[in-house]
Design a protein around this ligand. Structure first.
Ligand SMILES: Nc1ncnc2c1ncn2[C@@H]1O[C@H](COP(=O)(O)OP(=O)(O)OP(=O)(O)O)[C@@H](O)[C@H]1O
Ligand SMILES: Nc1ccn([C@@H]2O[C@H](COP(=O)(O)O)[C@@H](O)[C@H]2O)c(=O)n1
Length: 263
């Protein structure tokens, strides 16, 4: 038998990964997702055991192995209109709460600029026209950036932006991460446009900080991104912040949210 059931429907221990012979030497506290052990079990063995425990998805009845929830990277999605201040707030969160900030837009711009990229032209066309790049490209960039960072806490900024993004993420990543919540920066359309135009005039160098692209970006946001935020709202997974005040005032609300969430 490959797996020794610790508790049915719960966490399983892969015997073939263990170099000793205890049959059921510890129990798994599912509620707290923590391992508890019987007194006779040596702590060093326990430590090595914990490293070797994998969870088995009994709900799917498949042989798909899933990492324990507490070991998966923690993910916060950061959403809001163009220029709502997502990037600005993410930088502050990184400083205060030691998250890694991954902006889907930045990763796409980097990929566009990468010599030899097969997606450069496609990405430029999508960005200039405010359209959402197919998820296969974006999700792979996100996954690679997560792996390369070697860290375990991520703000994923500007993703998922449409149903394709959400479906692709669910297929490729949902099982691999510990999703926390969506941080939604809600900002008036006029303010968003003003901020992006000012950013363009200030020399952002972005090919989409102009009125023509902005109209398209806002249309995409209203038609494709808002329904995704609503989807998460219906699941009770959205923490909303009014993004119209100054960056400092907005961050105070963000701090409340992150502190309350235990970060
Ligand atoms: N609360 C704020 N008040 C005034 N200006 C702000 C505020 N937050 C951000 N800005 C400015 O607005 C511009 C857009 O901010 P930022 O890049 O953080 O937005 P964003 O939501 O990440 O944009 P995008 O989705 O287009 O990448 C920047 O020039 C930034 O300095
Ligand atoms: N999930 C995403 C995110 C972004 N894009 C494209 O990049 C543009 C800029 O994004 P920002 O978040 O930096 O504003 C955006 O308008 C899209 O064209 C994307 O395709 N998918």
């Amino acid at each position: 038998m490959l797996y020794a059931a610790i508790r049915s429907g719960g966490t399983y221990l892969r015997r073939d990964l263990c170099n000793f012979n205890y049959s059921v030497p510890f129990s798994v506290c599912r509620q707290h997702k923590a391992l508890q052990y019987h007194q006779f079990l040596d702590k060093s063995i326990l430590r090595s055991l914990i490293n070797k425990v994998v969870t088995y998805s009994s709900s799917t009845k498949s042989n798909k192995l899933i990492m324990p929830e507490e070991k998966k990277p923690q993910i916060v999605f950061v959403l809001g209109g163009p220029g709502a201040g997502k990037g600005t707030q993410c930088s502050k969160i990184v400083e205060r709460y030691h998250f890694v900030h991954l902006s889907a837009g930045d990763l796409l711009r980097e990929e566009r600029a990468r010599e030899g990229s097969e997606y450069g032209t496609l990405i430029e066309d999508y960005i200039r026209n405010g359209k959402i790049v197919p998820v296969e490209v974006t999700c792979s960039l996100l996954e690679k950036a997560m792996q390369n960072s070697g860290k375990n806490r991520f703000l994923i900024d500007g993703f998922p932006r449409n149903q394709d993004n959400l479906d692709g993420w669910t297929r490729q990543m949902a099982d691999k991460v510990n999703f926390q919540f969506v941080l939604f920066f809600n900002c008036n359309e006029d303010t968003c446009v003003e901020r992006c135009l000012a950013r363009g005039q200030g020399g952002s160098g972005r090919s989409d900080d102009n009125l023509e692209s902005l109209k398209k970006r806002i249309q995409t946001y209203n038609n494709d991104s808002l329904p995704i935020i609503k989807h998460y709202e219906q699941l009770g997974q959205v923490k909303q912040v009014d993004a119209n005040p100054s960056a400092e005032e907005v961050f105070k609300k963000v701090e409340d949210i992150f502190s309350e969430a235990g970060f």
